[in-house]
Design a protein around this ligand. Structure first.
Ligand SMILES: *Cc1c(COP(=O)(O)O)cnc(C)c1O
Length: 391
């Protein structure tokens, strides 16, 4: 079908909840994507941080096709090898104790919110169910994860939201001001993604870890966007020198197939017992086989290169001295670029997409999340489009 035919059918039959670009992607290879008319795009978006090993990676493909030919689904009332191998890989490389698998980032966050409340209930009883989250955070689109999200634009129409969330600014004084006897946990993104690629200050994160230890709050980290190598370590918390009680993950974990979930430490390993939490598709063998392949591809060496690639891209973007862009920030291949006063980030992003460089916005700026396996050639191609389009 042509783009015009697809657009027409979409508007007729699909809920119009997305502001889509006028582009219909058909296929791709690595960090190059092609639309239905055969035009090439360089991928600086990875879906939204999902295509961690690029498009159509051959190891990822064979892991999936092999598993599909054996077993596509069985309920969690039975053991299967892929999710068990995946849990072992994730725990071994993160220092966490055990894993739970679901299907999305929001579901992973819902899980760690439930975990914190049950941990606290069993130890302290009722009345200690409040979770502190940060302004400008993003934790998902379900009613509860929206309640946890610290951006007012998302808090319209959908009342009533779930109770038990309190917001603070990303500094320890602000957190202490909202800290009451009813608190059981704090939930943060170490680099706020949707909020504008805003890394938390390491001293603040250390102070949070201390506060959590003092008050027996669970330290919950949302690594849905920062996890699985994106920032230059398997999980971002490993660069902050902390060990959270629970970490959610999703986006990049299965390289494009739906999967999310969370990891817990030794202290929280026994909080959920049989019947406390579940997900029909959780740990699906095909998604889990894909995720095992992703973790094998993203070995320590490849993840170290993520830091180098990130430096290269950031320096190159700043060296272009584009009049419409300001400073860059971020960690690894999670890069934010400020836009100049009076410039619309949405318009810039649409222009880049049209010109053949798939990009994202975040907060008031631009955001680049290329595949972690992107090559130097692909980065240079993308930079050339950036230069030609925004000069
Ligand atoms: C994308 C994102 C989510 C939501 O993930 P879904 O898979 O869309 O539910 C939650 N937290 C963060 C930090 C995210 O970037």
């Amino acid at each position: 079908m042509t783009f015009e035919e697809l657009k027409e059918l979409d508007s007729q039959y699909v809920v119009q909840s997305y502001g889509r670009n006028p582009i219909a992607i058909d296929h791709g290879q690595g960090a190059a994507l092609y639309d239905v008319e055969g035009r090439e795009y360089i991928d600086f978006a990875s879906g939204i941080g999902v295509l961690s090993v690029g498009t159509a990676n051959s190891k990822w493909q064979s892991a999936i096709t092999e598993q599909v030919g054996k077993l596509g689904h069985i309920s969690n009332l039975f053991y299967t090898e892929p999710y068990i191998r995946l849990a072992e890989k994730l725990c071994t490389r993160s220092g966490m104790a055990s894993a739970f698998f679901g299907n999305s980032g929001a579901e992973g966050n819902e899980g760690i919110i439930k975990l914190a409340r049950k941990y606290s209930w069993e130890k302290y009883g009722e009345g200690r169910g409040t979770i502190i989250t940060l302004n400008r955070s993003f934790h998902g689109r379900t009613i509860t994860t929206l309640a946890a999200t610290g951006q007012d634009v998302f808090h319209q129409y959908f009342f009533p939201f779930t109770e038990g969330f309190r917001r603070a600014d990303p500094n320890i004084d602000s957190v202490q001001q909202v800290a009451g006897d009813d608190v059981c946990a704090i939930l943060v993104e170490l680099v706020q993604g949707e909020g504008g690629v805003l890394p938390l200050d390491p001293d603040f994160v250390q102070a949070l870890a201390n506060l959590c230890a003092d008050r027996d709050w669970l330290f919950l980290v949302d690594e849905v966007q920062t996890g699985i190598g994106r920032t230059g370590s398997l999980f971002c918390f490993q660069q902050y020198g902390i060990q959270p009680d629970a970490v959610s993950f999703a986006k990049g974990i299965a390289g494009g197939l739906p999967m999310g979930g969370f990891l817990v430490n030794e202290k929280c390993k026994k909080v959920f017992g049989p019947g406390d939490h579940a997900s029909t598709f959780g740990g699906n063998p095909v998604s889990a086989a894909a995720a095992c392949a992703v973790l094998d591809i993203l070995d320590d060496e490849t993840i170290t290169q993520v830091k180098e690639k990130g430096e290269y891209l950031r320096n190159a973007i700043e060296a272009l001295n584009l009049p419409c862009l300001g400073k860059t920030r971020g960690m690894g291949l999670m890069i934010g670029a400020e836009v100049a006063e009076g410039v619309s980030n949405k318009e810039l992003c649409a222009k880049l997409n049209q010109a053949g460089l798939l990009s994202l916005t975040a907060g008031p700026g631009l955001r680049f999340l290329p595949p972690l396996t992107i090559t130097k050639d692909e980065m240079d191609k993308g930079l050339a489009i950036l230069k030609a389009t925004l000069s």
